[in-house]
Design a protein around this ligand. Structure first.
Ligand code: PSU
Ligand code: MN
Length: 309
């Protein structure tokens, strides 16, 4: 059995030419959105990155093979046959690859494969975090420890308020992960532009972002960074409405005995079905915006590396 990471020709070439490359995850495709919106979104994200002159690399596992730069056919498969696709975070990689299964990569495993391929920037919707009630359940996403050790900058719209935003920020501090608000001082809460919590700093330009990212890695400080980019104002969703939906959904977790890795997909699905698609639209638009910011950041970092390697 050979388990090797396959990097697509387009991504290999872009990296060799010193172009900006943006990693994209696949759990958002298989377990974060319903078909066919998930497929349309996955393809639209690649388009957004290409329009900026950077190269997208959607990451996933097909028949046990980790692929960095999935083909359109591969993306179709992960979108359409989600039931046969395992949600794969870092600890699931050996099982999915060892047994030849199909896997959708979460933030943690996407970061892992991105770093192996030499990709420095990754765009997604929201990262996992510390769940509400974690002091009892210990439910803390592997995304946070991955951010502590893997050198990839993750552009996202903060964390969903299904999580405890304050505790998530505390945990990121413990892991040594900078949380940079892009044109915002407040930590975004996914569907809404602001939470009551503060980012480490408000960063006004892509140039400043890429200087901070470069400084971290030039100094040999291992680990990632969070670039928190709020949902575009016209697509933000009223905070109060979301809070009511989340509270009901959390109560249902107990009623249906949902635990472990199934919690996040269950809550995402509930919010989408109760809000009647309105939240899905804001979800799609915020990820597209994150893909654009990530492409700008990847291009800026690539340019700096070309100038002074
Ligand atoms: N948050 C979202 N949408 C998502 C996820 C999180 O708003 O699709 C996915 C991401 O792939 C993230 C994962 O890495 O859920 C976290 O899962 P868990 O909470 O089980 O660690
Ligand atoms: Mn969990």
């Amino acid at each position: 059995m050979s388990v090797e990471i396959e990097v697509s020709a387009r991504v290999k070439e872009a990296l060799a030419d010193g172009k900006g490359v943006v990693a994209l995850e696949s759990t958002i495709i298989s377990h974060g959105m319903p078909y066919p919106k998930n497929l349309e979104t996955a393809l639209a994200l690649e388009e957004e990155v290409l329009k900026k002159g950077a190269v997208p690399a959607t990451i996933g596992i097909l028949q046990g093979k980790p692929i960095v730069g999935l083909s359109e056919e591969g993306i179709h498969h992960l979108a359409q046959h989600a039931k046969g696709v395992q949600k794969t975070s870092r600890r699931d990689i050996p099982l999915v690859c060892g047994l030849g299964k199909n896997g959708a990569t979460t933030v943690s495993s996407t970061m892992f494969f991105a770093q192996k391929a030499g990709i420095k920037v990754f765009a997604t919707g929201g990262i996992g975090g510390v769940h509400r009630g974690a002091s009892k359940s210990f439910d803390i996403s592997a995304d946070l420890t991955e951010l502590g050790k893997t050198n990839v900058a993750v552009v996202c719209s903060g964390v969903k308020s299904i999580l405890d935003i304050g505790l998530t920020l505390e945990y990121l501090e413990t892991q040594g992960v900078p949380v940079l608000g892009f044109k915002t001082e407040k930590m975004p809460a996914f569907y809404t532009r602001e939470s009551s919590f503060f980012c480490d700093a408000k960063i006004e330009s892509i140039e400043d972002l890429s200087d901070i990212v470069s400084a971290k890695w030039k100094l040999g400080i291992e680990g990632g960074l969070v670039v928190a980019n709020p949902v575009p104002a016209e697509y933000s969703y009223p905070a109060g409405e979301i809070e009511d939906i989340i509270k009901t959904a959390i109560l249902e977790l107990e009623r249906f005995n949902i635990t472990g890795k199934d919690i996040t997909p269950f809550l995402l699905e509930k919010i989408q079905s109760v809000s009647g698609g309105k939240s899905l639209e804001s979800n799609i638009e915020l990820v597209k915006d994150n893909a654009r910011v990530a492409a700008d950041l990847a291009n800026s970092l690539a340019k700096k590396l070309r100038e002074k390697p």
